[in-house]
Design a protein around this ligand. Structure first.
Ligand code: ADP
Ligand code: ZN
Length: 607
């Protein structure tokens, strides 16, 4: 088959099974490669469309595709999504009975199954068993970064996947991941023994995600931010990521107390509790999940409108993958990262305790994360340059772009702060320093005699939020060094001495109250929906979808995505033919759900 012929068939199948009109960049290229027997490494960001890369070869070929995926909990979702498109798929795993597994394996042997999901453990265990008698056209290794120690999610069992190439030398392998770090990328093809693989490195830019970092917020402020987001997007959901289980639990309790439907997800839950949490979320029964990093791998829920990090993530890869769970439908989505220097200290401590041979790499990655959070230039440019992509213009969708920093001569402020540190023998942390500078009447301050210091009250003219911000900046700029072993009291550095003696000046970035920023940034509205009625119809169709989904026991987003419903609300199809023009509706879905939605549109328009 020529490339053009292959493309024609692939496009027809894409329309028929998925309802899409064209491939995203890279999809066809890697499909073509594996169809000609070549290995492939596919690096695309979360939401980039990796699934179709490995599913389509199953539709184009006689045999089936075996997909290795580390998270059993997600397999059922993926199988359901495929079945909803009319593609026969199964997941063979330990969550199911031997009987069920066996009968699915029989069906696969009979050639009735196109896609088989397996855990890596299962693949290794069964590699000499039923797999050898199967007509396999492709092995797909999802979350392939798990094979690399350099990555952020190493799984030992993944290293055994190197056996695939020796046992099945003639079957192409496609490795897929959303992790872009270079060390990991190279490790993947080396460890899997891939032969001259086609490499596709997709663009990591997700312009629809707004980026925002808030420094030094209180936990109350963090909860308020989440509350604001839930109000702004009452019909959509979001994720709160925290550093520890305890933080996740406490965030969840506070949100519940405010009447927000939320739940927790972390490594301390049993598998069934986790599954429960996940399904509450995907079914839209809770609006918020408070999670540690364990949550969200592979979640394809298109109406996640926001992601908030309560703490600094360990590295840029994790951060980007986590915020990437929002806005997978391509519509505007918001992300907020709360940053405090404490988190850096805490994470450093964790790394040191880990006694891992990779401490140095982890520390380096943490430092890069910290630099991002502290940056005064377009944040998206930092991210893209981290992932090796050039961006020649500012993004206009991050907090720095919205609010370009204004610099000023902060030498006098710094001298005041440094003098407070020196006059207290460098025994104070940031909060006491602010109290002294502002002349606080706190009993503690008086007890220690700090109210007699010459520096007491010299910074009264600035609110404490501003002082906090400036002193943190001074830390970042190397004026002070927090003593991690002694409650992070601020030690002066040689730079501080030069400043206080007037030998050197210090430029600071002007503090801008975050509330002002928040008010300026408008809530994204649905773009292409003109007039109130399309929006009303969209909301109506969402209710229809919810009812149908709960009746048939599948997740709403698997019936149809928000994007499909929006497109439907604009096009208002009155027949099955017209329905097929709607984004994301293939023949199978049109047949299965079509009449319900056409009837609903008719009802709505006749009302
Ligand atoms: P990934 O696995 O890379 O995170 P998915 O494969 O889950 O991403 O795809 C993300 C979303 O994009 C899904 O809803 C998918 O149906 C959609 N999608 C994938 N390919 C296309 C395409 N060619 N046209 C339109 N939508 C697509
Ligand atoms: Zn920007």
């Amino acid at each position: 088959m020529t490339s053009t012929q292959l493309k024609t068939s692939a496009l027809a199948l894409l329309k028929k099974f998925y309802g899409y009109d064209s491939f995203r960049p890279g999809q066809f290229e890697v499909i073509e490669a594996v169809c000609s027997g070549r290995d492939a490494v596919v690096i695309m960001p979360t939401g980039g469309g990796k699934s179709i890369c490995y599913q389509m070869p199953a539709l184009l070929n006689d045999g089936c595709v075996v997909v290795v995926s580390p998270l059993i909990a997600l397999m059922q979702d993926q199988v359901q999504a495929l079945m909803a498109n009319g593609i026969p798929a199964v997941a063979i795993n330990s969550n199911r009975s031997d009987f069920d597994n066996r009968s699915d394996i029989d069906a696969a042997h009979a050639g009735r199954i196109k896609i088989i999901y397996l855990s890596p453990e299962r693949l290794i265990a069964d590699i000499d068993q039923w797999l050898t008698r199967l007509n396999i056209c492709l092995f797909a290794i999802d979350e392939a970064h798990c094979i690399s120690q350099w990555g952020h999610d190493f799984r030992k069992v993944y290293t055994q996947l190197s056996a695939l190439k020796s046992k099945f030398p003639n079957i192409p392998i496609m490795a897929l991941t959303a992790t872009a770090d270079r060390l990991t990328r190279d490790d993947i093809s080396r460890q899997l023994g891939l032969k001259d693989p086609l490499r596709w490195l997709g663009s990591f830019n997700r312009p629809n995600l707004s980026l925002k970092v808030i420094t030094g917020a209180t936990s109350r402020k963090k909860i308020q931010t989440v509350q604001g987001l839930t109000r702004r997007y009452p019909n959509d959901s979001g994720i709160v990521y925290t550093l520890s289980r305890k933080n996740a639990e406490s965030a969840n309790e506070q949100l519940n107390r405010l009447g927000i439907r939320s739940t927790v997800y972390h490594a301390g839950l049993t598998p069934s509790q986790r599954q429960k949490a996940q399904s509450l979320f995907t079914n839209g029964q809770v609006q918020v999940v408070c999670a540690t990093i364990a949550f969200g791998m592979g979640i394809d829920k298109s109406n996640i409108r926001w992601v908030v990090h309560f703490n600094l993530p360990a590295n840029i890869e994790s951060y980007y993958q986590e915020i990437g769970r929002a806005g997978r439908d391509g519509l505007p989505a918001e992300t907020v990262l709360f940053y405090s220097y404490q988190d850096v200290v805490l994470r450093r401590g964790l790394i040191e305790k880990s006694e891992s041979a990779l401490q140095q790499i982890f520390t380096e990655k943490l430092t890069q994360m910290q630099r991002y959070a502290e940056a005064q230039v377009c944040r998206r440019r930092i991210l893209m340059s981290y992932f090796g992509e050039e961006m020649s213009e500012d993004c206009h969708n991050c907090d720095v772009c919205h609010n370009p920093p204004e610099r000023f001569d902060g030498t006098i402020l710094a001298q005041k702060a440094i003098s407070a540190a020196l006059r207290t023998d460098q025994h104070i942390g940031i909060f006491t320093m602010v109290d002294i500078l502002r002349g606080s009447a706190r009993a503690e301050i008086r007890r220690l005699g700090y109210d007699h210091l010459k520096t007491y009250g010299v910074g009264r003219d600035l609110p404490s939020a501003d002082w906090n911000f400036y002193i943190q900046q001074m830390v970042q700029l190397g004026v002070f060094e927090p003593d991690m072993e002694h409650n992070n009291v601020l030690k002066t550095t040689p730079l501080a001495m030069r400043i206080v003696r007037g030998q050197e000046a210090l430029q600071l970035t002007r503090f801008v109250a975050r509330e002002r920023v928040a008010r300026k940034a408008k809530a994204p509205t649905l773009p292409s929906l003109g007039g109130g009625t399309s929006k009303e119809l969209f909301e109506y169709l969402k209710r229809v979808r919810m009812r149908f989904a709960s009746q048939s026991g599948i997740a709403p987003y698997m019936v149809l995505s928000d994007k499909s419903l929006q497109d439907m609300a604009i096009r208002r199809p009155r027949s099955l033919d017209e329905l097929l023009d709607v984004h994301g509706i293939g023949e199978y879905k049109a047949k299965r759900f079509g009449e319900i939605f056409i009837a609903a549109i008719e009802d709505f328009l006749n009302d």
